[in-house]
Design a protein around this ligand. Structure first.
Ligand code: 13P
Length: 248
């Protein structure tokens, strides 16, 4: 019922030259994918990625967007700028931005609203730290992050939103959440959305898993009923690896 969505998050990797090589190699490898395929690239690679993927089944996303329409925000990028480039998706609230760049639930919500207002599709990242998991706070953290991110977002907009559940302790560590843990935790997020909106809206929402997802564990994760895709870091940087994930 929900179309799976596999998205690469390149993070701060790949120059324009590297983007050309990677995307050119990737296009034929993923052309028959059943899942929706997205690559989220650094700002400087977006134009190249959009140009190269024209007429293919690969969509392009950014890794962040500012909440203001324009103005004195040195170093920031607006939704209009991304739309003009032909970008479709935008990652918002990644744990690295929360951890290193002062991102809060409130700024996540402001960015989501700005993206939606311009027709960009947010991929909203939520997830607990190891400390929070060990402290029994998983549900509290995810309910809070999900509720705040979606504050004042109309029900109709949920069709344009993807949520990525990324346990912080599984990112770049090689430690994947077991398929069961990922599934059960995503269920908490879906139940939260059902309470905020309604059951049908929650059932239609796509929720990805992210955190050391790779060609070896993708099948098991994607077999779980609550997991609708993946947000892939490390394994999205090599075309053969990413294509194996996409074609799970
Ligand atoms: P890794 O796949 O490298 O663990 O990164 C996951 C991630 O943060 C995707 O946004």
């Amino acid at each position: 019922m929900r179309t799976p969505i596999i998205a690469g998050n390149w993070k701060m990797n790949n120059t324009i030259a590297a983007t050309k090589a990677l995307v050119t190699e990737l296009i034929p490898l993923v052309k028959d994918a059943k899942a929706e395929v997205v690559i989220c690239t650094p700002y400087t690679d977006l134009a190249t990625a959009v140009e190269l993927t024209k007429g293919t089944n690969i969509k392009v996303g950014a890794e962040n967007v500012h909440w203001a329409e324009k103005g004195a925000f040195t170093g920031e990028i607006s939704a209009d700028m991304l739309v003009e480039l032909g970008v479709t998706y935008v990652i918002i609230g990644h744990s690295e931005r929360r951890q290193y760049f002062g991102e809060t639930d409130q700024t996540v919500n402001a960015r989501v609203k700005a993206a939606l207002a311009k027709g960009l599709k947010p991929i909203i990242c939520v997830g607990e730290t190891l400390e929070e998991r060990e402290g029994g706070l998983v549900e509290e953290v995810l309910v809070r992050q999900t509720t705040e991110a979606l504050k004042d977002i109309a029900k109709e907009e949920l069709a344009n939103i993807v949520i990525a559940y990324e346990p912080v302790w599984a990112i770049g560590t090689g430690k994947t959440a077991t398929a069961e843990v990922a599934n059960d935790t995503i269920k908490i997020i879906r139940d939260t959305v059902a309470k905020l909106y309604d059951k049908a809206t929650a059932e239609a929402l796509r929720i990805q898993y992210g955190g050391s997802m790779n060609p070896k564990n993708v099948k098991e994760l994607m077999a779980m009923p609550e997991i609708d895709g993946g947000l892939i870091g490390g394994a999205s940087l090599k075309a053969p690896d990413f294509s194996l994930v996409v074609n799970y």
